[in-house]
Design a protein around this ligand. Structure first.
Ligand code: AMP
Ligand code: MG
Length: 472
């Protein structure tokens, strides 16, 4: 059968200045590494036995109904405004309406140069493509809002980084690719008409009840507060929370130098380009407020009296830390078995985290250990834990089913960096076995199983990954 994607494209009907129409650049010898059949079904895609699958998801053949384009955006990168970004190595094929009624973007990433490529080659190498495939699908299984991975294809071409590396193309699926930076580009140019068009489009697509900029800002802030608290609760570090990597739909987007924390420390940073820890584990809760302030600034020109709106918008942004604290309390309360945590429970949680920090305790295994009684093994001085545990047990005494609450909030498996690195090394040498194994294991991250016991182990000293690279 021929592959059929039921495209229903809307971004392509926006004014021409919103994007550049550009086709993916064909590659030499495409071969499929992975295809997400379940996701394809949810998107209404059929004809999956098409012999041209690899060619299609490499960008060599543009499927019927696609309107390929590269989106324009700008953004603050590490606090510096960059007025001209845009999809430099990605092409949006189009959108489909899923079985869930949601409109989904289908985008190729690593598909060649576009007018926004600047000095880049428009390509991606296998490593970041597989990292994004595995980690984004793991995040989905963990229950975190995220872009998805539909396909990964080897190109049969080398891309030149520090050395020649195998090239690959990822197919990314997202509720949209509208970023804070998409608003910023039109606001910074003073193009209020385009800004209004983008606003109307984003509201219709994502927040239909938010009819004015203040309501829209509030809706995006709520999604992002929930998202970042969710990240914190599983030890996820995004690594590059630039405003161009901050989705209006509230999904985790851009798995460049992301990593999961092994032993708990709030200042953990992995990204090699994050020299000052701007995007460290704990800083994420502050940075998202900063990013939302940039969104607020970009929305000001839409207000009847922009100057008068500065004060109420500022007041609105000042409410965000409290929103994040509430989401954090909900998530971390669940991690210690509290279905309905109270503000005074924050101390109980913080005390545990403080003890974990001094003990360099493994974040994932310590919380999971609260369920099976092994948590105390993670402390050099188990007595310190016992003292905390006495107070904790007294507190969860009145809970209905703390174990079930903890089992749902504390994953057994997270995509640990050393596993991801080993998987990439194997795939670079042509062995996709570890990739397949991780994909299968991370699909079910809350269930302990003898088959995946080894994947729970933190890295040994020699396995520790100290830095991750955007590795574009
Ligand atoms: P990213 O870290 O993937 O979000 O990339 C930041 C910006 O640089 C985006 O606008 C990308 O489109 C662009 N970019 C990253 N890598 C490349 C590349 N190899 N070629 C062209 N543009 C790129
Ligand atoms: Mg990006």
């Amino acid at each position: 059968m021929t592959l059929h994607i039921p495209f229903d494209n809307s971004y392509a009907t926006l004014p021409e200045g919103f994007f550049a129409r550009v086709k993916p650049t064909p590659v030499k010898d495409p071969s499929l590494i992975a295809f997400n059949t379940d996701l394809a079904r949810e998107l209404g895609i059929d004809g999956l036995d098409d012999p041209d699958m690899a060619a299609i998801f490499a960008g060599n053949m543009v499927p019927n109904g696609a309107s390929p384009l590269a989106q324009l955006y700008a953004g603050h990168q590490f606090g510096q405004y960059n007025p001209q970004l845009g999809d430099g190595r990605a092409v949006l094929l189009g959108e489909t309406i899923g079985a869930d009624g949601i409109r989904w973007d289908i985008q190729l990433k690593g598909s060649g140069q576009t007018p926004f490529s600047r000095m880049g080659d428009g390509r991606a190498w296998l490593g970041p493509v597989l990292r994004e495939y595995v980690v984004s699908e793991a995040m989905h299984a963990l229950g975190v809002p995220t872009t998805r991975a539909l396909a990964a294809v080897r190109t049969g071409e080398a891309v030149i980084r520090e050395r020649p590396l195998p090239g690959a193309v990822l197919t990314r699926v997202a509720q949209s690719h509208i970023r804070v930076g998409t608003f910023q580009v039109f606001a910074a140019r003073g193009d209020t008409q385009a800004l209004q068009t983008l606003f109307d489009y984003a509201v219709a697509r994502h927040t239909p009840d938010a009819t004015d900029p203040a309501l829209f800002l509030d809706a995006v802030m709520r999604k992002q507060a929930a998202l970042v608290a969710h990240w914190l609760s599983i030890g996820f570090i995004h690594g590059v929370m630039n405003t161009d990597n901050c989705s209006i739909a509230g999904e985790t987007i851009d798995y460049g130098p992301c990593a999961f924390m092994d032993s708990y420390h709030p200042e953990t940073v992995f990204s090699s380009i994050d020299r000052y820890g701007r995007y460290s584990y704990a800083a994420q809760a502050d940075i998202i407020v900063w990013n939302m302030a940039q969104l607020a600034t970009a929305l000001l020109p839409l207000m009847p009296d922009p100057e008068a709106a500065v004060e109420p918008f500022t007041a609105q942004i000042h409410k965000m830390p409290e929103m994040i604290r509430a989401e954090w309390l909900k998530r971390f309360g669940a991690k210690i078995g509290l279905a309905d945590p109270k503000p005074e429970d924050a101390k109980l949680i913080s005390d545990l985290l403080g003890a974990m920090e001094s003990a360099k305790a493994d974040f994932t295994n310590t919380f999971r250990g609260l369920i099976d009684g092994t948590a105390r093994d993670h402390f050099l001085d188990p007595m310190e834990f016992d003292v905390w545990a006495d107070t904790w047990k007294a507190r969860i005494d009145d809970e209905d089913n703390p174990i079930a609450v903890m089992e749902a909030a504390n994953p057994v498996l997270i995509p640990r960096n050393h596993r991801i690195e080993a998987m990439i090394t194997a795939a670079t040498e042509g062995d996709d076995g570890p990739f397949q194994r991780l994909m299968a294991a991370y699909a079910d991250p809350y269930r302990p199983s003898p088959d995946t016991e080894d994947l729970r182990r933190p890295p040994t000293d020699s396995e520790v990954v100290r830095a991750t690279f955007c590795g574009t």
